[in-house]
Design a protein around this ligand. Structure first.
Ligand code: EPZ
Length: 417
């Protein structure tokens, strides 16, 4: 199994360019299934998760032309609603595909997408949503079978905010007959991005980016070209890297306003940050201050930026509280940081107390999930000595050629095949 080998302690400087957003790419590929005309998606990140969802739609009969940073998807010849089990189990986000496939084919058969180390990741709100559209949902030996002759517009209230739940119901509603209203919807930037493009293709969506989204169903939608927004989680991750290991790091091709809450807390912690139109410059922090953070749906502090920020707090002078109410096991990775010398106490599955500063020592460690995985890479970059990180498929799920990009900043990191 390949792994990363890191020698810590280097001071990093230079520029790093943010790639297109993983969590925009996955939904754009799923939404492309709605159309029988070609969709061109640019600023496309080729990472494990996006490669898997492209394989899933090819398996259903779509054709995909892969460019350097773009894909052209033609879903005209989608011929089945049976989704590949192995791919569906590998990619939690495969559940998003169920919506557009149901809308196109009238039936879906898929393996439960499964949970992951950050939580059980139930799909109850997806299944209830499909039933509201008039679909029948059957469960047989860990597969869903969802059928619907014709989808009818529905009124869907999400009891708790769900990002992919919002996106999946919005995409499904595009071809449903009549009006659909989504209430208590997520507002992540990837959602208005997708809605604006779907409208350019002929959909009728209002209110994306607010808690209430109205969709008027249409018979069909056409093709077009979509440029993905930059990955706000990459941008925030690299900002923590600059604060921890930088002399000075410039993060290019990002949207500072997409991580407003995170940047506010980075500055509260004493990090010098300079914002440009579509870039952020971060200087290495000398005296980090403890802060208390609570993750929250957008525009709050993104849960995906909690792991790197928790690492930052291990270097602050004092005690911080990190509260992540969104996932029930997303803080488990702090055990790995403690093995490297951090002093983090778990108060309950959603809350840890971080005492700092702690000297981190390099060691052999495995990456639990993609956001914890990249955090362990950052930890290795500031630790004394050598760190070996295994299970790096998890990191490759969300960060394209990450070791090459970090090397350009002066990091001593190698991928050992
Ligand atoms: C999306 O996951 C992102 N993934 C996650 O990023 C991100 O952490 C999360 O939103 C929160 O921002 C993608 O966009 C592909 P949720 P999602 O539904 O939509 C519960 C990453 O690292 N829930 O907003 O799956 C759920 O268990 C990933 O890129 C139900 O109970 O998250 C969680 O506790 C990790 N029933 C809460 O809602 C449901 O039917 C919020 O989850 C659906 C969700």
């Amino acid at each position: 199994m390949s792994y990363f080998e890191i020698n810590g302690g280097r001071k990093l400087k230079g520029e790093i360019t943010v790639k297109g957003a993983k969590n925009a790419a996955l939904k754009a590929v799923a939404a492309a299934v709605l159309s029988s005309d070609p969709w061109t998606i640019t600023n496309f990140p080729f990472i494990e998760d996006t490669k898997r969802i492209l394989e899933m739609i090819e398996d259903l009969g779509a054709t995909v032309k892969r460019g350097k940073e773009s894909v052209v998807i033609d879903a005209k010849n989608i011929k089945t609603g049976r989704m590949n089990d192995d791919l569906a189990k590998k990619l939690r986000a495969s559940i998003i595909l169920a919506g557009p496939v149901l809308a196109r084919m009238g039936e879906v058969r898929m393996h439960h997408p499964g949970g992951c180390v950050i939580g059980k990741r139930p799909v109850d709100m997806f299944l209830e949503g499909f039933q509201k559209f008039g679909a029948r949902v059957k469960w047989e030996n860990s597969h869903f079978k969802i059928t619907a002759k014709r989808l009818k517009g529905a009124k869907i209230f999400f009891p708790r905010i769900t990002v992919t739940g919002t996106e999946t119901m919005m995409i499904t509603a595009v071809l449903a007959e009549g009006e659909t209203i989504l209430e208590n919807a997520a507002m992540e930037p990837e959602i208005p991005m997708l809605a604006e493009f779907l409208n350019r293709c002929g959909a009728k969506i209002e209110g994306a980016g607010t808690p209430t989204i109205r969709i008027h169903g249409v018979k069909k939608i056409g093709g077009g070209a979509l440029e993905l927004i930059p990955d706000r989680i990459e941008a925030g991750t690299f900002a923590v890297l600059g604060a921890l290991a930088g002399e000075k790091v410039k993060i290019k091709k990002c949207v500072p306003s997409h991580i407003r809450a995170f940047l506010a807390y980075l500055q509260k912690a004493g990090v010098k940050v300079e914002e440009g139109e579509n870039e952020i410059t971060v200087w290495g922090a000398k005296n980090l201050k403890p802060v208390n953070i609570v993750t929250h749906e957008y525009p709050g502090f993104a849960t995906d930026l909690q792991p790197p920020f928790t690492l930052l707090l291990t270097q602050a002078k004092g005690t911080s509280l990190v509260h992540d109410p969104i996932f029930e096991s997303r803080l488990m990775f702090t055990d790995a940081l403690n093995l490297m010398g951090a002093n983090i106490v778990m108060n309950d599955p959603h809350r840890v107390t971080v005492n700092g500063p702690s000297k981190l020592i390099g060691r052999k460690i495995a990456s639990p999930d993609l956001r914890a995985g990249i955090t362990l890479v950052l930890a290795g970059l500031i630790a004394n000595g050598k760190t070996r990180i295994e299970n790096i498929y998890q990191i490759d799920r969300g960060y394209e050629r990450i070791e090459e990009r970090l090397k350009k900043l002066g990091a001593d990191i190698k991928r050992i095949m």
